[in-house]
Design a protein around this ligand. Structure first.
Ligand code: FEO
Length: 169
């Protein structure tokens, strides 16, 4: 049986992953409005990933026969100053998420919640990749920030991301 504290923390993490999903959609919507369709496509792909992260935890709780709490989502930001602003926001959100996951992992260690530790390990590995990608995107956006032609090139590169049609289960 999962300890109540871990159960609550996992439900909150489901909300955090859905919040990230909503956040990336807000960024994508801004990019679409600026005709930066490549950036929008990349960010929608990222939103889908966040959705699949939320569902991974949702399915974990279901498999453990624990109730899933779907907490309300805050309205995401949909106004940005630039592509740099977008990728700064993305990095900030990933760093925040990493800290949150590390805290739950620590709690699971204290509680000897072994199944949760194994589940959370996947998220720790995933966050390393997500932060690296976010840093990479920000560095590139900063490099091209003052050159509209280069921003369009970056937009095209980001647009080559393959979108998964369904969130991973
Ligand atoms: Fe689900 Fe980007 O962390």
């Amino acid at each position: 049986m999962i300890h109540e504290l871990i159960h609550n923390a996992l439900n909150k993490q489901i909300n955090a992953e859905f919040t990230a999903w909503y956040g990336y959609l807000g960024m994508a919507a801004w990019c679409s409005g600026k005709q930066l369709h490549g950036c929008a496509k990349w960010l929608r792909g990222q939103a889908q990933e966040e959705h699949s992260h939320a569902m991974k935890l949702y399915e974990f709780l279901v498999a453990r026969n624990l109730n899933v709490q779907l907490l309300p989502l805050d309205e995401p930001r949909t106004e940005f100053d630039s592509v740099v602003d977008i990728f700064q926001e993305a990095l900030k959100s990933e760093e925040k998420n990493t800290k949150r996951i590390h805290k739950i992992f620590e709690l699971a260690m204290e509680q000897k919640a072994f199944a949760s530790l194994v589940e959370l390990q996947w998220f720790i590995t995933e966050q390393v990749e997500e932060e690296a990608t976010a840093r990479d995107n920000l560095a590139k956006a900063e490099l091209v920030a003052d050159d509209p032609a280069a921003v369009l090139d970056l937009d095209e590169i980001l647009g080559s991301r393959k979108l998964k049609l369904q969130p991973a289960s």
